[in-house]
Ligand binder design. Structure first.
Ligand code: GDG
Length: 746
């Protein structure tokens, strides 16, 4: 790839937004702010760029409105953002940012003025929501005392006004409202530029870092100058204001019809970090999931061995151990907000484990917020339950960056990385930014919705851009893969093929990898001696037939809908009263999300209502257990059941369906009632497919299941069992990894 390719692609992208700082970025610093001004060549370069169709250009600065008006007079097409985002002018008059504002820092401004009054050449610049003490030209003799006194005064004041912060520049000290950040201008310009916009962000100063951090996966943040040795969130670097201006002129030419713009120094990747662990880290497979499974802090190798492993672990542990790989995720502990995320390592386990701690507030907004209250319901096509908040999206971006920063040191830069689920869509772009070269794959465990639903996410384009930074994206079913391809076709400029997408000169493979279980485990556990606890439960329901439901307590699993159908079944088929009982095991899940508490309440009310309406002294229609069982006990329950109602409203795959089939006695198997909206229905066609949205239909299907002749049950089960034996945890993991390892390293 030619180094100019990404910049040509950016230059030709429509719509394009350009957000640039002024002082130090497009014009060199002068001793006093009033002496620095853009010359005619800067003004004409900006005018030329702003004039191009599909282009939105904005200058963002810490300066006041009047100063920007004066400096950039005569450029009506250029939008302006003053005072770090507090004021914007896009074409018409100046408008205040809608962010909740702090009261003006009047008292501290007066205090600083009093300090400055006794010191020659010190002065205070007042802005709407900040006050800045300048001391560039103060004598060396007087400066230290002034700075110490000012820091003490501001430090005290900020304690009582937490909506303000102290910013220390080389020759100035500023008290600024925290909400006034240049990152606000990024969202504003993105809106102005229009759907699908990519942004070029240029800045030099510490206040520009907010803007760089707000960059989306399709944006290109460029730092101008040396950044005084501090670390930067920018991905690219230009040497100084002259180079920045030349680059904007080049961009103007590349965006116009001129075929070959004159050569110029293009931005180069920022050297990320001094040589750290990464230099010595080996090439090894790295699996990343939001959370390390079944680990409780403190993480210790002993605990890891003792834990009762779940489905994903039993699928991934063998392939990871075989390859000497490592699993990385959150360990369940929170860190203080201002501490850099700390990473823990355990090489003594198999697989090796690594974990990070996250600030509580970020984690809440990212996990309980954007992941569980936005993406989860929407991806399950339950848009009525989804809600979106800017702060939660920002936390999602931030936390993805934290995972990326922590993960990139764990393995060598050429290692394959396998990222799991919707929590970490922005991880590939972050890893690439940090210099990762090996193939990066993503597997989505939940459904991918239709484009109409997906595009309800306010940041749908950014999420898709993030997904397209992976080399391989995998889904449980063909339907989900097709939904994804349609979304890419509709919402991004990428070229869509049957099983791949071409995007910015890269190929992203799209694959279908249905997850399975370890079937022998369930068969053996079902065959083993029945645990006392399960025996007691079965005795309580005998001799009635047993209808079983097992799910995490989640509104996607359709538990109330299933109970309603069971109630309707009893109403319509009174002869079955006393001859059938339902056992519903609901495993506690996400109990701190309000929708889940509400769902639990709803289920409990329904169980009470059905038992009250239909129950008799010697017969309880529904036994409801809000708890979890070890897998061995579950297998015995599965084996004892005559019918399993696996009726999610929507599900990625649903492993309970497969576990139930594996645990059956092939000579006298039970019947699997399976929702058409579970991913498993794509493979398990011999199940009794049912529609969880239709109470009467589900009640009729239940009758059919209970009355199904043994011969039909055996024939259906044989085919289902063959399917469960064919698509297993191992075929899923090996299949995905083979496809990932076949991806060309970028
Ligand atoms: C997501 C997707 C996709 C249930 N009760 C207990 C218990 N379980 C285990 C089951 C099964 C697992 O939980 C549930 O797996 P599902 O596949 O049904 O659903 P999600 O948890 O929502 O998983 C789903 C899956 O990811 C894999 O990609 O299939 O569509 O939503 O293994 O056995 N485990 C224990 N005690 C219980 O009481 N130990």
């Amino acid at each position: 790839m030619n180094p100019s390719d990404p910049w040509i692609a950016l230059a030709r992208h429509a719509p394009l937004g350009i957000l640039s700082d002024l002082d130090g970025t497009l014009i060199p610093f002068a001793p006093r702010p009033e002496e620095a001004r853009p010359g005619p060549h800067v003004l004409s370069a900006l005018a030329d760029l702003a004039r191009l169709p599909g282009t939105s250009l904005a200058i963002v600065s810490g300066r006041r409105r009047e100063e920007l008006d004066r400096l950039l007079a005569g450029l009506p097409a250029v939008s302006l953002v003053a005072e770090h985002g507090a004021w914007r002018r896009g074409g018409g008059a100046w408008e205040a940012a809608p962010t909740p504002l702090a009261t003006p820092p009047e008292a501290i401004a007066r205090e600083l003025e009093a300090l400055a009054a006794g010191v020659k050449k010190a002065f205070v610049e007042r802005k709407s929501w900040s006050a800045c003490l300048h001391f560039r030209e103060v004598s060396r003799r007087e400066k230290p005392a002034l700075v110490v006194a000012a820091q003490a005064a501001v430090g005290e004041w900020v304690k009582a006004h937490p909506e303000y912060e102290l910013l220390e520049a080389a020759e100035a000290l500023e008290v600024r409202a925290i909400a006034m950040r240049k990152s606000n201008a990024v969202a504003w310009l993105r809106d102005r530029a229009g759907t699908g916009a990519r942004l070029l962000l240029l800045g030099d100063d510490v206040t520009d870092e907010d803007m760089f951090r707000a960059a989306g996966p399709g944006d290109e943040p460029v730092i101008v100058g040396a950044a005084g040795g501090r670390s930067t969130a920018a991905r690219w670097r230009l040497a100084g204001p002259n180079e920045a201006l030349a680059f904007l002129q080049w961009l103007t030419e590349a965006r116009s019809d001129r075929p070959t713009p004159a050569p110029v120094a293009l931005p180069v990747p920022v050297a990320i970090r001094p040589k750290g662990r990464r230099g010595d880290a080996p090439r090894r497979l790295l699996v990343i999931s939001n959370r390390l499974p079944e680990l409780r802090s403190p993480v210790s190798p002993e605990e890891v061995r003792k834990r009762n492993v779940g489905g994903l672990v039993s699928a991934l542990e063998p392939v990871l151990s075989k390859r000497g790989g490592m699993w990385f995720g959150w360990n369940g502990r929170t860190a203080p907000a201002d501490a850099p995320p700390s990473v823990g390592l355990s090489e003594n386990t198999s697989p090796a484990l690594a974990w990070l701690e996250l600030p509580q507030q970020s984690y809440d907004r990212y996990y309980n917020g954007f992941c569980n209250r936005s993406l989860w319901p929407l991806f399950h096509t339950l848009p009525g339950r989804a809600r979106f908040a800017d702060a939660e999206w920002e936390a999602y971006v931030r936390v993805n960056a934290m995972y990326g920063a922590a993960a990139c040191d764990l393995v060598g830069a050429d290692s394959p990385v396998w990222v799991h689920d919707y929590h970490l869509y922005l991880l590939a772009s972050e890893l690439r930014r940090l210099g990762h070269r090996g193939p990066i794959g993503h597997f989505l465990h939940i459904p991918f919705p239709s484009v109409d639903v997906f595009s309800m996410i306010p940041w749908a384009e950014q999420l898709l851009e993030g997904m397209l930074e992976f080399d391989l994206v995998g889904f449980h079913t063909r339907r989900f893969a097709e939904n994804f391809l349609q979304a890419v076709g509709a919402l991004s400029p990428a070229v869509v093929g049957d099983d791949a997408v071409e995007h910015r000169g890269r190929r992203v493979r799209v694959g279908v990898f249905p997850i399975g279980i370890v079937p022998e485990g369930f068969q053996e556990a079902a065959d083993s001696e029945t645990a006392a606890e399960i025996t007691a439960l079965l005795q309580a329901t005998a001799p009635a037939k047993l209808v079983l439901g097992v799910d995490r307590l989640d509104y996607t699993k359709g538990i109330p809908e299933r109970l309603e159908a069971f109630g309707r079944f009893l109403e319509c088929n009174p002869a079955w009263k006393g001859r059938v009982s339902m056992v519903q095991v609901s495993v506690p899940s996400r109990a701190d999300v309000p929708e889940y508490a509400e769902q639990r309440q709803r289920i409990e009310n329904l169980v009470g209502r059905i038992n009250g309406e239909h129950g008799e002294a010697h017969w309880v229609p529904v036994r409801y257990l809000y708890r979890s069982y070890p897998h061995r006990h579950l297998a015995q329950l599965y084996r004892a059941a005559d019918v399993a109602m696996v009726t999610p409203l929507r599900d990625g795959m649903n492993l309970v369906a497969k576990e139930f089939v594996a645990a059956q006695d092939p000579a006298r198997p039970g019947v699997l009632m399976l929702s058409r909206f579970a991913g498993a229905a794509e493979e398990m066609k011999e199940a009794l497919l049912t529609n969880p949205w239709h109470t009467d239909g589900m009640a009729r299907d239940l009758l059919r299941a209970l009355e199904m002749p043994e011969e039909e049950r055996r024939a259906r089960h044989a085919k289902l069992a063959a399917c469960v034996a064919q698509t297993t945890a191992a075929t899923w993991a090996e299949g995905f990894l083979a496809a990932l390892e076949a991806c060309r390293s970028v």
